[in-house]
Design a protein around this ligand. Structure first.
Ligand code: FES
Length: 125
């Protein structure tokens, strides 16, 4: 059995939505102190919908695949729907992750949620 699912390999080889949004409405950053990997998410919101998502990930292959998948899952969703994206649902969409790589999937949803919190904080000002 392969270590990574085909979907993980595919997202790792061709990650979607890599980059930065210059005038982002929300930015979320997160790092894992154990492995040192880092992830930043940028979102653009219009009419309560995530219009655009970009990310920068300095991390392992699983972290890159997870970021790519999270960005695809979040695009076009309402804020409420995007907040429902969990680490587990991301791992599931990717066809599973090896147990020792589950912490990599934690980073993805957390970084997205932080970007949303940042957006909500700015909007409430
Ligand atoms: Fe740390 Fe993958 S090894 S995020």
């Amino acid at each position: 059995m392969p270590f990574y699912s085909e979907k993980v390999m595919e997202h790792f080889a061709n990650p979607r939505n890599v980059g930065e949004i210059a005038q982002a409405d929300g930015i979320g950053e997160i790092g894992n102190p154990v492995c040192g990997d880092m992830m930043s998410f940028y979102i653009k919101v219009k009419d309560n919908k995530i219009e655009d998502v970009k990310f920068k990930t300095f991390g392992c292959g699983a972290a890159i695949a997870v970021s790519s998948m999270v960005s695809e899952m979040a695009k076009g969703k309402t804020i409420e729907e995007a907040l429902q994206i969990t680490n587990d649902s991301v791992a599931k969409e990717l066809g599973g992750l090896p147990p020792n790589k589950m912490h990599c999937s934690n980073l993805g949803a957390d970084a997205l949620h932080r970007a949303i919190e940042d957006y909500q904080k700015k909007r409430n000002k």
